[in-house]
Write a protein that binds this ligand. Structure first.
Ligand code: NAD
Length: 379
C-alpha cells in the first residue's frame, strides 16, 4: 500500500489551521506544524498531535517523512521558505501573494520546474462549484462575446485606526496591501472564469488611514489596538480600470475599509447574449441575466455541468462554503502530486502572473497613467 503524503505546515494563524484541516481531509498525514517561535511550535505539536521533535521551519523542511510543505506565513517569508522547500525536493503549497516582487515569483516558478515538483497557490475561490459553472457558461459561449467584467472585493476589518495587522506594514506584507491581499483573488477569478487576460490597466490607490495603532492581534480580529501609533505606507482602497485580450473592458473596486462588508468578493461578466454574477458570500447561487428573463442557478442542480458537479460534496440545499473550496483545492494539489492533471489547479505560474498585475497597479497608481501587464513567458 502506498503511504499517504507527509504534510508540513509553516504558520498557524488564521489560514494555517484551514490548510491543516484540508490536508487531513485530503488524506495527508500531518507530520508537523511550525509557529513563530519554538514555544509556539511545541504547543502546536500538542494541539495537532504532530511530531514533537520538529522545532523550526528548517527541521520541518528537512524532515524525511514530509513530502509537501504548506507556507501560511506573512507574505515576505513566502519566497525564502518556498525556495528552501523546493531545494529540499518538497512539493509546495504557498499562500498568495506568492511573492512581494515579481522577480521572486519568477524564481520560484523556475525552481519548481527544475525540481519537477508540484507548486501551487491557494486561489481557492476557483473551487466553488458555481464558479466552475460560470466558467463553463463562458467556455460554451452561453454569454456570447464578453463586453464588460466588473465587481468588487470589499472587507471592513481594517476600517478603524485601532485595527492593525502585519499586512499593513510594507516590510512584511509587501508594497501593495488591499490589492495584493484580496484584489489578487478577484483578478485570478475573473481571468479564470472568462479565459481572458487583463492586458492594460490604470489604477488609483487610497490610504484612508495614514496612521494606525499597532497591535499583535490576528487578522480579522484586530479591533481595539492600543500599541504605539505607526504611519501607514500601504493602500486601504484600490480602484482599477482595465482592458482584456478578449476585447472586454472592466473595473474592480477593492477595499478593506468598507463598513459592513465582510468578504464581498462579487463579480459580473456581461456578454452579448447573457450575463452571469457570483457573490462569495452567497456562493450556492449564480445570477444569470437575460434580456427577457433572468434566473438564479442553484449549485447541485442535475442540469449543471460536469465541471461544476465534480466539486459538489453535498446534495443541493445543503450549503457548501469556503472550507469545502479549500478541501477541494488541497485534494486537487495532492492528485497532481500523484501524477494526475486536475483541471483548473492554480500553479506558481498563476501566482507569478498575479504579482505582475499587482506591480502594474502600483506603477500606474504612482504615475496616474496606463500600464501594460507584462505577460509571463518563460521565467
Ligand atoms: N488563500 C486564501 O484564501 C487566504 C486567506 C487568508 C490568508 N491567506 C494568506 O495566508 C498568509 C497568512 O495569512 P493569515 O491570515 O493566516 O495571517 P495570520 O497573521 O493570521 O497568521 C500568520 C501566522 O504566521 C506566523 N509566523 C510569522 N512568522 C513566522 C515564521 N517565521 N515561521 C512560522 N510562522 C510564522 C504568525 O505568528 C501567525 O500566526 C498570508 O500570506 C495571506 O495572504 C490566504
Amino acid at each position: 500500500m502506498r503511504r499517504s503524503l507527509g504534510i508540513g505546515i509553516i504558520g498557524a494563524g488564521f489560514i494555517g489551521p484551514v490548510h491543516a484541516r484540508a490536508a487531513r481531509l485530503a488524506g495527508g498525514n500531518l507530520v508537523g506544524v511550525v509557529g513563530s517561535s519554538p514555544g509556539r511550535t511545541r504547543r502546536l505539536a500538542t494541539e495537532f498531535g504532530t511530531d514533537p521533535a520538529v522545532a523550526s521551519a528548517e527541521d520541518l523542511i528537512a524532515h524525511p517523512q514530509v513530502d509537501v510543505i504548506h507556507i501560511c506565513t506573512p507574505n515576505h517569508l513566502h519566497v525564502p521558505l518556498a525556495e528552501a522547500a523546493l531545494r529540499a525536493g518538497k512539493h509546495v503549497v504557498c499562500e498568495k501573494p506568492l511573492a512581494v516582487e515579481a522577480s521572486g515569483a519568477a524564481r520560484l516558478v523556475r525552481l519548481a520546474d527544475e525540481a519537477g515538483r508540484v507548486a501551487v497557490v491557494p486561489f481557492v475561490y476557483r473551487f466553488y462549484p458555481t464558479v466552475r459553472e460560470a466558467r463553463e457558461m463562458a467556455r460554451r459561449g452561453d454569454l456570447g462575446a464578453v463586453r464588460l467584467i466588473h465587481g468588487t472585493y470589499l472587507q471592513d476589518w481594517l476600517s478603524d485606526a485601532a485595527d492593525y495587522s502585519w499586512r499593513v506594514d510594507a516590510a512584511l506584507g509587501g508594497a501593495s496591501r488591499a490589492f495584493a491581499d484580496i484584489g489578487s483573488h478577484w483578478c485570478d477569478l475573473v481571468e479564470f472564469v472568462t479565459g481572458q487576460r487583463i492586458t492594460r490597466l490604470t489604477a488609483r490607490l487610497s490610504t484612508a488611514l495614514a496612521e494606525r495603532r499597532r497591535t499583535a492581534g490576528a487578522a480579522f480580529t484586530t479591533r481595539g489596538g492600543s500599541g504605539p501609533v505607526a504611519s501607514v505606507d500601504t493602500e486601504d482602497i484600490a480602484v482599477v480600470l482595465f482592458e482584456t485580450d478578449g476585447g472586454a473592458v472592466g473595473t474592480v473596486t477593492v477595499s478593506q475599509v468598507s463598513p459592513g462588508r465582510k468578504n464581498r468578493l462579487w463579480f459580473e461578466v456581461d456578454g452579448s447574449a447573457a450575463a452571469v454574477a457570483f457573490s462569495q458570500e452567497e456562493p450556492e447561487r449564480l445570477w444569470v441575466g437575460g434580456r427577457d428573463s433572468s434566473m438564479l442557478l442553484t449549485r447541485g442542480s442535475p442540469a449543471n455541468s460536469e465541471a461544476s458537479r465534480r466539486f459538489d460534496r453535498l446534495p443541493a440545499g445543503h450549503p457548501q462554503g469556503y472550507l469545502d473550496c479549500f478541501e477541494a483545492f488541497v485534494s486537487d494539489a495532492y492528485r497532481a502530486i500523484a501524477g494526475e492533471e486536475p483541471e483548473g489547479l492554480p500553479r506558481f505560474a498563476d501566482g507569478w502572473r498575479s504579482v505582475r498585475i499587482t506591480e502594474a497597479v502600483l506603477a500606474s497608481a504612482r504615475r496616474g497613467d496606463w500600464r501594460e501587464v507584462e505577460p509571463c513567458g518563460a521565467p
